[in-house]
Every structure is written in C-alpha cells, then in structure tokens.
Ligand binder design. Structure first.
Ligand code: SF4
Ligand code: SF4
Ligand code: SF4
Length: 189
C-alpha cells in the first residue's frame, strides 16, 4: 500500500522539482505599513496570525468584495528566498517572474531581484483578494513572513464579523481599537 507523504517529504519533492532552495538571512528590512483606524465603537476586528490556519474563508466570508482581509508581509522575517513558497506554484519547473509559475491567482505578488541570491516579494493590496494561498505556501515551505490581517481602513467594522463567524481556527476576535494589528515582526499596534 502506498504510504501518504508527510509534510517534509512533500517539501523535498517540491525543492527537487524546482531545482534549488535558498533560505538566507534578510539582507534588507522594510517597514510593514498597516493603516490605523479610530473606531466610533472603540473596538475593531483583528486576526491573530499565529492562530490562522490559512483556510481560505477570509476571501469568501467577508461582506466586502474583495475582502477586507489581506495578505501582508513581515519583511524583517522574510528570507528573501530565491525559491519562495509563497510566490511559486508547487511543482514550478522554472523560477521566474512568469505568470505561469506564480501561486497568487490575482498576480498580486511582485518578485524583484535584490542581489545574488536574494529576491524581494511585494504585495499589491488592491489586487489581493484575501485567498491566503501565498500565506499557506510561506507557512509550509518558508518562515511564515506572509500572513493575513484585516485592514482597518477597508473594514466596515460589522457588528458581527462574518469572517470571525466562519473562521475554523477562531483566529478573529474583537479587540480595543488601540490594539488593531498583531504584527509578526513587531510589538502589537
Ligand atoms: S478565516 Fe481564519 S483561518 Fe481562514 S484564512 Fe481567515 S483568519 Fe485564517
Ligand atoms: S495569493 Fe491570495 S492572499 Fe496571497 S497576495 Fe495573492 S490574492 Fe492575496
Ligand atoms: S467586520 Fe465586516 S467588513 Fe470587516 S472583515 Fe469582518 S465581515 Fe469583513
């Protein structure tokens, strides 16, 4: 009977197919900009990225289209990997900026060469629909520097957030408005 591959074997296959993996220390640090909001009610909805299991419901559950939940990037944690699990489709035969190798369905992630062997990955928030595919890829094959956050400048602060209702990992909760984001690479803001 064929045994199911574990996570690490799958990862090895991915690395083998794609050719090489380079996970390096960050070479540059960019600030992660998350806009703040003053809520009339004094509370906002917040995602705890350490609880998020990248289920995909952020895209489909929000009352807004596209969702107010977006992927953000903690540059200080990023490995600036040549083979980025959040950027490349699993099994991609080439490593390039070509649309056919990109995991993001909306093309919201840009890959830019920094210096050998480092690349920088930038999210275009306007294109991101909150599907969390890149977040899953980064979590499975990288260090989790991509993660989901409810953008407070987009969120209409529903009384009963439908993402919170449909989040299987209970990662979304209502918090005081002076504690709007849990940033993976910083103190909460
Ligand atoms: S619904 Fe919850 S678990 Fe699913 S992607 Fe959003 S925050 Fe993560
Ligand atoms: S893969 Fe999904 S969550 Fe990630 S940037 Fe693209 S649209 Fe946003
Ligand atoms: S409070 Fe409403 S607008 Fe904000 S993330 Fe939840 S469902 Fe979307």
């Amino acid at each position: 009977m064929k045994e199911e591959k574990n996570k690490y074997e799958s990862r090895r296959d991915f690395v083998k197919k794609a050719g090489k993996i380079i996970v390096a220390a960050p070479v540059i640090a960019l600030p992660l900009v998350l806009s703040r909001k003053t809520s009339a009610k004094g509370y906002v909805w917040q995602i705890d990225p350490f609880k998020c299991t990248t289920c995909g419901n952020c895209k489909t559950s929000c009352v807004l289209t596209p969702s107010a939940s977006k992927c953000v990037h903690a540059y200080a944690l990023c490995g600036y990997c040549d083979l980025c699990g959040g950027y490349l489709k699993e099994g991609a035969k080439t490593i390039s900026t070509g649309a056919e190798v990109q995991m993001c369905p909306t093309g919201a992630i840009t890959r830019k060469f920094v210096e050998e062997p480092f690349f920088e990955y930038t999210i275009d928030e306007d294109l991101c629909d909150g599907c969390a595919k890149c977040v899953k890829g980064c979590k499975d094959f990288g260090n989790g520097s991509l993660y989901m956050q409810i953008k407070q400048d987009l969120c209409v602060n529903c009384n009963d957030c439908s993402i919170a209702r449909n989040c299987p990992s209970k990662a979304v909760s209502r918090v005081p408005a002076d504690f709007q984001y849990i940033q993976k690479d910083k103190e909460p803001v």
